[in-house]
Design a protein around this ligand. Structure first.
Ligand SMILES: *Cc1c(COP(=O)(O)O)cnc(C)c1O
Length: 405
């Protein structure tokens, strides 16, 4: 299975776009990835041929929709090496997945308990636990990073105790690209009896994930950052927790039997999936994962690492540029500052040349404050990026620099 990036690119119609006469150079993959034609086709095919509500049909279309929908769940379960397919819950994305877990956790937290997160947290993971702590009287502790954006393991250790009920951390930081040692962190948290949630929104597209080998309790991610559609994501959680924790929303599908005064809950996964689900996007999510699984993972990892290495080398040679986030283990992201230019200006001036990056605090305002900066310009790489994209970024930055002077 050779990896040919130019062949891959042909499968992504959007990459052929031009922006004011410039070829699109898409380097905002940490915000969302583009979709291959097979994912786009899957959405059209669903609405063209077999749109139907699932699980309740007495007809052919309902059967076909249900089969494809539940088949997609199998695809996600096997991709994560989940013990059981029932452990995969459809959500609208990482944010909703974390909120479902936090809703359940609220039931088990009280004053005196602690929740441990890290300084790297995305707002979805930080604000959610922060608010759970406000509500329950539990205390939120935050494990420190060093100036390179690498987690301070000694500080993490010192903040773990029998009082820790939950530990949450990103697999990969969306702002800095830091790759956390998730197995080591999980083992430490488990040693004090804490539950572990891993925010896999970035990690899932770059690193192989085996939830049983990691040993965590929850792993959450969004389809749209791994070549699937927006509006769908997954919560993987250990069955014994998901089947006991309080239900999230109430309504159709999630019930077993109902009277006017009472109700009992359905089995997993349905007890956490109230109402008509996002069928088309779940199916297309499965198609995206099937597509991704057929590629040579080792070749992808090498390719993405070579892009980041090349970008880092050029950044280090670039006068007036400072790289933000220099952890030893890093994937997918080059965050930087340019002397004399606000990140927003850099983004604007690159966009005029067809180069798409992200600027700002990357949903990590406290992290930017910790680093003493207002935000960064961030280029983020995907398997369909090329060395030409990296070169275009730095050619573009040279022009930006001239324009700023
Ligand atoms: C994107 C992202 C989220 C939020 O994902 P949504 O798809 O917006 O719900 C959370 N954490 C990290 C690390 C992210 O990159």
């Amino acid at each position: 299975m050779a990896f040919d990036v130019y062949e891959i690119r042909r499968q992504f119609p959007i990459l052929a776009r031009e922006i004011d006469g410039n070829p699109l150079v898409y380097l905002d993959n940490a915000a969302t990835t583009q979709k291959p034609q097979c994912v786009i086709d899957s959405l059209v095919d669903y609405y063209t041929r077999y749109n139907s509500n699932v699980h309740r049909g007495a007809h052919r279309l309902a059967d076909e929709a249900t089969q494809a929908f539940e088949g997609a769940r199998d695809t996600i379960a096997s991709f994560l090496n989940a013990n059981k397919r029932e452990e995969v819950i459809w959500t609208s994305g990482t944010t909703e997945s974390i909120n479902i877990v936090s809703h359940g956790l609220t039931h088990y937290l009280s004053a005196g308990d602690q929740v441990l997160v890290t300084e790297l947290e995305h707002h979805a993971d930080l604000v959610t636990w922060q608010q759970v702590c406000h509500k329950t009287g539990a205390e939120l502790l935050v494990a420190a990073i060093d100036d390179n954006g690498e987690l301070d393991i000694a500080d993490f250790d010192s903040k773990l105790s029998e009082r820790t009920k939950l530990v949450a951390f990103p697999h990969v930081s969306n702002a800095l690209g830091t790759l956390n040692p998730i197995v080591e962190l999980t083992q430490k948290a488990k040693a004090v009896g804490a539950w572990v949630l891993i925010d896999g929104a970035q990690g899932i597209a770059h690193e192989a994930v085996d939830v049983q080998a990691i040993g965590c309790d929850f792993y959450v991610f969004s389809a749209h950052k791994i070549y699937g559609p927006m509006g769908i994501g997954a919560l993987w959680g250990r069955e014994e927790l998901l089947k006991e924790w309080p239900v999230w929303q109430t309504g159709g599908e999630m019930i077993s039997s109902v009277t006017y005064q009472t109700a009992t809950w359905n089995q997993l996964p349905y007890r956490l999936e109230a109402g008509t689900p996002n069928v088309a996007d779940a199916i297309a999510f499965g198609v995206a994962i099937d597509w991704f699984k057929r590629l040579d993972r080792q070749a992808i990892e090498q390719h993405e690492a070579s892009l980041l290495d090349a970008a880092t080398a050029q950044a280090e040679d670039f006068q007036g540029l400072t790289i933000v986030g220099k952890s030893k283990n890093k994937v997918g992201v080059l965050s930087f500052l340019l002397e004399g230019g606000h990140p927003a200006d850099i983004g604007f001036l690159l966009d005029r040349q067809g180069i798409a990056i992200r600027t700002g605090n990357h949903c990590a305002e406290p992290l930017m404050n910790r680093l003493g900066i207002p935000g960064t310009a961030r280029a983020s790489f995907s398997l369909y990026n090329t060395i030409e994209d990296v070169n275009a970024l730095f050619e573009g930055l040279k022009k930006v620099k001239m324009m700023l002077e």
